[in-house]
Design a protein around this ligand. Structure first.
Ligand code: PPE
Length: 304
């Protein structure tokens, strides 16, 4: 990865190579860390803007609350620190990764060690490839099931929960696909390893409801708002895997993945096998919004 100058660690800006933790850090062993993925984009006036920073930081604090972790800084402090870090690193566009985790102290699953907080930024291009963004990706239903709502905390973005995503993503990649789609414990479609998922049929947009074991994606929230504003009917309901096979369009969203069309699932072509009109319109509006080119969505941007 491309290094930046500084990383914000426990209240201080430290050099990239010096942002270290002890090998007996609790989170490394037991996975109790909460994190976010945020993007900053260059806007038309040349200034950099962070997309939905408040909502991402709120989700970070909500995730911490869910796992009984107290972040030792007020939310405003992390808000300022994020903006300061982007300025110091002189990055016009970057991906931002805040993480809070139980640090070093005692060992044992239930140890309540001091909480460490870090924010890093780095340039991150298209998550599922430039070509994927333009032409669509090939996905495969995973042999791994998405977590049950009482096995993991689905409203929280917790490090340890990404073992499930890692296994699904690696399995898909090793089988020659771009991304995995995970089903829930009942067999309904849940989400990708790091993305929410949508189908379009007869002009109506469908996505699993938040009662499914899916992350309450901030891109999901943005895309549903954009779709409604474009006059597209949005239905949040569970659907089966074969609903995807016969959909007109299919796409995935996430901060990293942005709006990525899916052109094939389980070796079945979706619609015409190219990104469809609803997907393209939503993708285009999303990219315009993050770059500050849509006045009605200006409120989503924190301009530096
Ligand atoms: N589901 C999962 C499981 C998920 O990890 C993400 C984000 C989403 C949905 C979409 O959420 P949102 O970004 O708020 O729209 N995945 C992050 C991590 C990716 C990574 O590889 O790291 C991201 O997109 O930043």
């Amino acid at each position: 990865m491309q290094k930046a100058d500084k990383i914000w660690l426990d209240g201080k800006l430290v050099n990239w190579d010096e942002a270290r933790v002890h090998v007996l850090t609790h989170a490394l062993h037991y996975g109790v860390g909460v994190f976010e993925g945020i993007r900053a984009y260059k806007t038309d006036g040349g200034r950099t803007a962070v997309f939905r920073l408040r909502e991402h930081l709120q989700r970070l604090y909500d995730s911490a609350h869910i796992v009984l972790m107290e972040i030792p800084f007020p939310i405003e402090r992390l808000h300022e620190a994020t903006l300061e870090l982007i300025r110091v690193n002189r990055q016009a566009e970057c991906y931002i990764r805040p993480i809070a985790f139980f640090g070093y102290g005692s060992m044992g699953v239930g140890a309540l060690n001091p909480v460490q907080v870090c924010i890093a930024t780095w340039p991150w291009g298209a998550y599922l490839s430039e070509e994927g963004l333009k032409k669509g990706i090939r996905a495969k239903i995973s042999s791994f099931t998405r977590m049950h709502v009482n096995v993991q905390m689905v409203r929280a973005k917790v490090s340890g929960q990404y073992v499930n995503s890692f296994l699904a993503n690696r399995e898909a990649a090793m089988s020659g696909y771009d991304e995995a789609i995970l089903l829930d414990t009942e067999g309904y479609v849940a989400e990708g390893s790091g993305e929410n998922i949508y189908t379009v049929k007869d002009g109506v947009l469908y996505t699993p409801p938040l009662s499914s074991p899916v992350l309450a994606g901030i891109t999901r929230d943005s895309v549903l708002r954009i779709a409604r504003d474009l006059g597209v009917t949005v239905v949040e309901q569970k659907f089966t895997r074969d609903t995807m096979y016969i959909a007109d369009e299919l796409f995935m969203t996430g901060t990293a993945a942005e709006v990525t069309p899916v052109r094939e699932v389980d070796n079945r072509r979706i619609g015409a096998g190219v990104p469809g009109p609803v997907t393209k319109k939503i993708q285009d509006t999303y990219f315009r919004a993050v770059h500050g080119e849509e006045p009605r969505y200006r409120e989503w941007l924190t301009v530096l």
